[in-house]
Design a binder for this molecule. Structure first.
Ligand code: UDX
Ligand code: ADP
Length: 467
């Protein structure tokens, strides 16, 4: 089989997936030049900032990789045309949010950004180019990309410009907060495609640090569907444990004990069994809704209903938490001070997309609560943007706090929504002295110790435990 030696890679999209993934490829393959391009100039400027604390994405270990690769063989740029035309391999890693308008609104993925990227590739690429879907996409999107590339190809042939493309699917399974270790030591690398030469070129890149047994090659459609199915299975597990958390509160069973007991069964496994305020992040909800939409499209309404229930349960869990806070605070939070500890959708990231905190906090604001929000990595601007879609009719007001004690001053309640390391082992004796009496702690992430809290005289509600 003839082979292609990849010398230059371009990635369209410098986001949570494109940025870290390309940094690791550049780190592991010093002989390859990697260029990450984005239409968002501010984002590119932030990726090029000499102060590594100002990178647009917080991921443990990312700053070290950037410091050894940036300017060596890793470059962030807004010059799309040159980056595309120079490259042998192009990753498409742009956003694919749920459609808000038109056919499939609320469920189907909006592919405008993918389509725009494919058109840019079709226009600027030279010679033979391997085009790789990295973003999670609906099954059969590769077909659309192929059609865009091939139509332009026919136009080019008429004008005697010769360019050819191979399209591969290579979904990314990294989780935020552990992106670098997931990329450096993946459970598997999935490559879907038809052109063995292109597949081989991509396999060879991964072989720089991933063993051959971990690289799975499939057809395009299996690869696309596997990514959606993996996320749906993971999200389903969270909705399952969250449904049991409500059961525990009703019966007196303890969710930690139940999770441990069922997790010791090898067939079930002990990971992804932490009950919480519901899953957030850019992928789970979007991908399940996409699966629901596609199931309907392919005439499988029972399949669509099955998966839709995972999303409904997730929203229910968030509503349930907000209603419990309300109920414990005598049915009203109007004018009451509440501290929110954690706004990111999970620990170790500054990402708040679909964070349960957005819905729970905005419901409390709607009821007139006065919120002081503390998160070690989420900025004021990010929270402001997240609240933009809500207009609070009531007088709810929010502010960001600089520290945990600052957030807890004079509050009637503390609501723990993210499992940041620094929220474990706090000095609750001291913190209780800052709060009003009687004050409540609502712990949705099993962060605090019941005995310790009860010794301070604070009231405690813990998810998955009977109060
Ligand atoms: C997920 C997938 O894990 C990853 O493979 C895919 O590439 C992208 O989507 P991510 O959303 O970054 O990654 O984080 P993940 O760790 O999966 O957590 C998602 C949400 O589920 C978070 O809100 C998290 O707090 C929640 N979660 C996770 C739980 O509530 N309980 C758990 O046991 C695990
Ligand atoms: P993900 O979590 O999938 O990485 P992000 O929203 O973090 O998603 O990142 C996607 C990036 O793709 C954004 O920075 C966005 O500006 C960029 N992008 C979208 N469309 C294009 C395009 N046509 N050309 C270049 N960059 C694009």
């Amino acid at each position: 089989m003839s082979s292609i030696k990849v010398r230059k890679i371009c990635c369209i999209g410098a986001g949570y997936v494109g940025g870290p993934t390309m940094s690791v490829i550049a780190d592991k393959c010093p002989e390859i030049e990697v260029k990450v391009v984005d239409i968002n100039k501010e984002r590119i400027t932030a990726w090029n900032d000499t102060d590594l604390n100002k990178l647009p994405i917080f991921e443990p270990g990312l700053d070290q990789i950037i410091s050894r690769t940036r300017g060596r063989n890793l470059f962030f740029s807004s010059e799309m045309e040159k980056a595309i035309s120079d490259s042998d391999m192009i990753f498409i890693s742009v956003n694919t949010p749920t459609k808000t308008k038109g056919l499939g609104a609320g469920q189907a993925s909006d592919l405008s950004w993918v389509e725009a990227s494919a058109r840019q590739v079709a226009k600027f690429a030279k010679g033979h180019t391997i085009v790789i879907e990295k973003s999670t996409l609906p099954v059969r999107t590769a077909q659309a990309i192929k059609e865009i590339l091939n139509t332009t190809n026919r136009e080019n042939q008429k004008n005697e410009i010769s360019k050819t493309f191979s399209v591969l699917s290579n979904p990314e399974f990294l989780a935020e907060g552990t992106a670098i270790s997931d990329l450096e030591n993946p459970d598997r690398v999935l490559i879907g495609g038809e052109d063995p030469i292109a597949i081989n070129a991509l396999v060879n890149i991964y072989l720089n640090w991933v063993s051959r047994e971990k690289i799975i090659c499939t057809n395009l459609w299996s690869s696309e569907l596997s990514k959606l199915a993996a996320n749906a299975f993971l999200a389903q597990r969270i909705s399952s444990i969250n449904s049991i958390s409500a059961f525990c509160e009703a019966t007196g069973a303890d969710i930690q004990e139940v999770a441990k007991a069922i997790g010791t069964d090898k067939r079930i496994g002990n990971q992804f069994l932490c009950a919480g305020p519901g899953f957030g992040g850019s992928c789970f909800k979007k991908d399940i809704l996409n699966l629901v939409y596609l199931s309907g499209y392919f005439g499988l309404p029972e399949v669509a209903n099955y998966w839709n229930q995972v999303v409904l349960l997730n929203t229910w869990q968030q509503d349930r938490i907000y209603k419990i806070v309300l109920e414990k605070l005598f049915g009203t939070v109007n004018g009451k001070n509440i501290a929110i500890l954690g706004f990111a959708f999970k620990a170790n990231t500054n990402d708040t997309r679909e964070s349960p905190a957005i819905r729970i906090a905005s419901d409390l604001l709607e009821e007139g609560a006065l919120l002081s929000i503390y998160d070690p990595k989420v900025s004021f601007e990010r929270v402001q943007e997240d609240f933009e879609e809500f207009s609070f009719d009531n007088q709810g007001i929010w502010k960001m706090a600089n520290s945990i004690p600052d957030a807890l001053k004079e509050v009637d309640a503390v609501l723990i929504l993210t499992d940041w390391e620094e929220f474990f082992g706090l000095d609750w004796n001291y913190l209780a002295s800052l709060m009003r009496v009687p004050a409540w702690i609502f712990d949705t992430r099993s962060v605090v110790n019941r005995q310790e809290i009860e010794n301070t005289g604070l009231n405690l509600w813990k998810l998955g435990e009977r109060s």
